[in-house]
Design a protein around this ligand. Structure first.
Ligand code: FNR
Length: 378
């Protein structure tokens, strides 16, 4: 009711309550280059559409007269008590959206008690983001590159800076074919955007012939050549397991067998995700992969979900299909671009308010009430 009550004094929100409108607004305000990078997806966009279709094919069957007067969105995730089943997904290069970049997004997450997952490809060094967050919940996403020393250094810096969970992204050993970026010949990394976290790393610097400030182009090329490693295989995870004593979550898992392998490798969780449709064009919609993964490892691993979450009913559906919590991607990046920290807070609050209403109106009091039998396939 906060919005309606403010409306009595003539105040209307600066950003729309329908988060699907933010992308278009951001593009009008910030221009097609940067927003094209954020909005873009792989190939013909088939996977991004599949994400939408997969969520839309499920329909909620609301139940009545179930006393939903007391509701609670909180969940336990990887031993952490969270106020809601939501985290902000790792998004690199946020300085293309706003000068305060990752710090503004992290402060918004901290203000709302939502974990912030910092990308390896952050435009702000991880220590500065941590300092902006106080003791709020933060996770670190690793691009698991070729250079072992950089990986080792990232993990020890992340540990020292209070990042509690390691999220290892498996679906991006290289960037996919992304037509919007190709057509505009725009790749933020090549402008040195999203590389600050690497450029401030002693192990990364040790791999350069000359210091970053003396030869920026060489540093950017070194980053491009090293951020991914297509040669990695499942046994390599043992090395990460040894180096990180907190929970490890593998992001980008779509096949139940890969989820089983994650469990066998001593991992703590998986994110069922296709990177928001930015990697394999023509891949399975993430929500179509979720039930199979949840069935295969739901009793052994924490199953998280992203790719396509835009509304409260999307959150409800993902939880009903077996996710413990969801990650939100592009909408918060647009919120950041449009209104900095306040824009990200707007996005978080709208999504959670709509989630709460959808739960209540469906006859559920919290995430524990969500099961597949709340849904039918259209
Ligand atoms: C991403 N994503 C991503 N993932 C990751 O593990 N490390 C990263 O640095 C990035 N960077 C990134 C940049 C941009 C601009 C986008 C849009 C996405 C993927 C992200 O974490 C998440 O999986 C998707 O964004 C989820 O899909 P939706 O919510 O955007 O549909």
């Amino acid at each position: 009711y906060e919005i309606y009550l403010n409306g009595l004094t003539g105040a209307v929100p600066r950003l729309p309550a329908d988060l699907t409108r933010l992308g278009e607004m951001a593009e009008r305000r910030l221009g097609p280059g940067p927003v094209g990078y954020v909005a873009g997806s792989a190939g013909s966009g088939a996977t991004e559409r599949a994400n939408r279709e997969a969520l839309d094919r499920w329909r909620i069957v609301p139940r009545m007269l179930r006393d939903v007067s007391r509701r609670d969105l909180s969940v336990e995730v990887l031993g952490r008590e969270l106020p809601a089943p939501l985290a902000l997904a790792p998004i690199g290069v946020l300085s293309i959206m706003h000068p305060e970049a990752e710090k503004a997004a992290a402060r918004a997450a901290a203000a709302r008690g939502v974990p912030f997952i910092l990308s390896s490809a952050s435009s702000t060094p991880m220590e500065e983001v941590a300092a902006a967050m106080g003791d709020a919940e933060r996770w670190f996403q690793l691009y698991w590159g070729r250079d072992r020393e950089v990986t080792r250094s990232f993990l020890s810096r992340a540990k020292a800076a209070g990042f509690g969970v390691l999220v290892v992204t498996l679906d991006t050993p290289m960037l996919a074919w992304r037509p919007r970026d190709l057509d505009q010949a725009y790749l933020p990394f090549l402008y040195g955007v999203g590389t600050a976290n690497y450029f401030t790393d002693p192990a990364f610097q040790a791999g350069l012939a000359r210091p970053v400030h003396e030869d920026m182009n060489a540093a950017v090329l070194h980053f491009s050549a090293n951020f991914g490693d297509p040669g990695k295989t499942w046994p390599d995870l043992a090395e990460l397991r040894e180096q990180w004593d907190g929970p490890i979550v593998l992001k980008g898992v779509l096949h139940p067998d890969d989820a089983r392998r994650a469990a066998d490798a001593g991992m703590d969780g998986v994110v069922v995700s296709n990177h928001g449709g930015r990697q394999v064009n023509g891949s399975i919609g993430a929500a179509d992969a979720l039930p199979g993964v949840a069935e295969a490892v739901g009793d052994r691993l924490t199953v998280l979900f992203d790719s396509g979450i835009r509304t409260g009913d999307d959150v409800v559906k993902a939880l009903a299909l077996g996710a413990r919590a969801v990650l939100l991607g592009r909408p918060y990046a647009y919120g950041l671009g449009l209104d900095g920290q306040a824009g990200v807070e707007h996005v978080i609050r709208c999504l959670l308010a709509e989630t709460d209403l959808t739960l209540a109106l469906s006859g559920c009091s919290g995430p524990a009430d969500l099961h597949p039998d709340l849904l039918v396939r259209a």
